[in-house]
Design a protein. Structure first.
Ligand SMILES: NC(=O)c1ccc[n+]([C@@H]2O[C@H](COP(=O)([O-])OP(=O)(O)OC[C@H]3O[C@@H](n4cnc5c(N)ncnc54)[C@H](O)[C@@H]3O)[C@@H](O)[C@H]2O)c1
Length: 337
């Protein structure tokens, strides 16, 4: 059995704490501890869930009873914490973005390989039930040739001060698009971004990824109130189109619609064949719970996570490229393999 500590119990870390507590209640793990520099925050959460809390993560490093940690602190601190915990023999789940630069992400992958510790990254949408179902159907060829992918991740709120929408939100899309296309990287990334409130933090970005005959578009913003909280994914194939509302993990919408091409004596005509739309129901599972359950399984079985350090590294490389493109106004090319 496994004992896990959550480092960082702010906005997102609270969800890790709640979910591990549920896994402890279900007998999947033995014990949960929490650590936050903010003593009040750690105490309140510790008391609410009746779990041990502390403020100095070094105590967890030297605690032989702690097998693994979830690192849910600000992204700039991920590298140092993940490094120290792996070197101390603990397995690590680090939130996305894994690090703020690719050299550090690469180093963490090397440390994981050298120490044999599990390194998983919180690319939560790889654990989303509707995404898994969609990927399965794409791989079966149900959608034909993928022609277009797009995602909107729009909301309205106070901007972060430590990173813009490319690292905070777009990191999900660059990973998702490569996952769906079965590719490590696209051929190129081009990004247009805007900063209205802070000079160095973009609140809106359109990331375009070129996969050859398929283009993928990610529209990210926390400046747009008009749609509420919108988080969706659309995949257009030559045979069918799919839509996922990320906020509804139990639904995959299918549009059985295609454009058929006909040739009449050398003249090409296009006809729309529309056989209607339907929703595939998927058994409900909370993506974060799936992710943490998978982490525990990898710890116990010593297996590679489906969102491992290399996946985290690729996402950081792409986020870095997207930001570079937004700054220079030019595409960033990737080696074609
Ligand atoms: N996977 C997702 O969908 C998702 C969603 C939101 C945030 N995140 C990621 O989670 C991480 C945390 O984001 P957040 O919005 O919760 O931040 P936050 O600022 O709300 O919380 C961070 C917490 O970490 C604590 N902390 C900082 N350094 C610490 C240290 N050395 N030891 C112990 N505690 C420390 C802070 O006191 C704070 O309570 C970020 O990397 C973010 O990108 C992921």
């Amino acid at each position: 059995m496994t004992s896990i500590a959550v480092i960082g119990t702010g906005y997102w870390g609270k969800n890790h704490v709640r979910t591990y507590s549920e896994l402890a209640d279900e007998g999947v793990i033995d014990n949960v501890k929490i650590c936050d520099l903010d003593e009040k925050r750690a105490r309140e959460l510790g008391e609410a869930f009746n779990i041990e809390y502390l403020t100095d993560y070094k105590e967890l490093i030297s605690d032989p009873k702690v097998d693994a940690v979830s690192i849910v602190t600000p992204s700039a601190t991920h590298f140092q914490l993940a490094k120290e915990f792996m070197e101390a023999g603990k397995d690590v789940l680090v939130e996305k973005p894994m690090t703020m630069d690719s050299a550090q992400a690469k180093k963490l992958v090397e440390i994981s390989e050298d120490t044999g510790q599990i390194l998983m990254v919180g690319h939560i949408f790889r654990h989303h039930p509707a995404v898994k179902e969609l990927k399965h159907r794409i791989d079966l060829g149900e959608f034909g040739k993928i022609q277009h992918i797009s995602s909107n991740r729009l909301s309205f709120g106070a901007p972060r001060k430590d990173m813009g929408v490319i690292y905070a939100l777009g990191i999900h899309e660059v990973d998702m698009f490569c996952y769906l296309m079965d590719r490590e990287y696209p051929y190129s990334i081009f990004t247009a971004a805007s900063q209205c409130l802070q000079t160095d933090i973009e609140e809106t970005a359109m990331i375009t990824m070129d996969f050859g005959s398929t283009r993928a578009y990610a529209f990210e913003s926390w400046l747009i109130a008009a749609y509420g909280k919108q988080r969706d994914l659309v995949v257009v194939g030559s045979e069918k189109t799919a839509k996922i509302d990320y906020l509804k993990p139990q639904e995959l919408q299918i549009f059985d619609i295609r454009v058929a091409e006909q040739d009449f004596n050398g003249n090409t005509t296009f006809n729309v064949e529309n056989e209607g739309s339907y929703t595939i129901p998927i058994p409900y599972a909370e993506p974060l719970k799936e992710e943490l359950r998978h982490f525990v399984k990898c710890i116990n079985d010593r297996t590679k996570p489906i969102s491992d350090g290399t996946i985290g590294l690729h996402a950081v490389v792409m986020a870095e490229a997207a930001l570079e493109s937004a700054t220079t106004g030019k595409s960033v090319e990737f080696t074609r393999s």
